[in-house]
Design a protein around this ligand. Structure first.
Ligand code: 5GP
Ligand code: ZN
Length: 123
C-alpha cells in the first residue's frame, strides 16, 4: 500500500528496530515507547484496521497473538508466578481500532507493552 508507513517498514524502505520477522509477521520497537518494553506486531499484508479482517485472516491474527508471549519472554517481561501464587511481571497486548479506538497508524498492529505498569488501574 502506497504511503503506509508500516508497509514501508515491512518492506525495509524505512528503518526500524526489528525484533522478530517471519514470512507473515514483523515485530519492531515502537518509536515512542510508553514503557520499557513497547513493541509493535504487524502482518506484512496491509489491513487498515482489525475490522477489515476477514475469515481468511484468522490464521495471521492468531499468529500475531501467539507471538506476544515469545516477545515478552525475549524482552524480560513474561509473567512469573511466585511461590505464594501471585504473579510478577507481565505485559499488555493492545489493538487500537479506528478513531475512537485511538488508532493513529492505519495498518493493523498489536502493541506489546511491558516492563512497568503504566496502565495499571486505568483499563
Ligand atoms: P496506534 O495509536 O495507531 O495504535 O499506535 C501507533 C504507534 O505507532 C504509536 O505508538 C507510535 O509511536 C508508533 N509509530 C508511529 N510511527 C512510527 C514509526 O515510523 N516507527 C515506529 N517504530 N513506530 C511508529
Ligand atoms: Zn500498510
Amino acid at each position: 500500500m502506497d504511503n503506509c508507513i508500516f508497509c514501508k517498514i515491512a518492506a525495509k524502505q524505512i528503518p526500524s528496530s526489528i525484533v522478530y520477522e517471519d514470512d507473515e509477521l514483523l515485530a519492531f520497537k515502537d518509536i515512542n515507547p510508553a514503557a520499557p518494553v513497547h513493541l509493535l506486531v504487524i502482518p506484512k499484508i496491509h489491513l487498515d484496521t482489525l475490522s477489515s479482517a476477514q475469515a481468511e485472516h484468522q490464521a495471521v491474527l492468531g499468529k500475531m497473538l501467539a507471538l506476544a508471549p515469545k516477545l515478552a519472554s525475549d524482552h524480560g517481561c513474561a509473567p512469573i508466578q511466585q511461590a505464594d501464587g501471585r504473579y510478577n511481571g507481565g505485559y499488555k497486548t493492545l489493538i487500537n481500532t479506528g478513531a475512537d479506538g485511538g488508532q493513529e497508524v492505519y495498518h493493523l498492529h498489536m502493541h506489546v507493552i511491558g516492563g512497568s505498569q503504566p496502565w495499571r488501574g486505568q483499563r
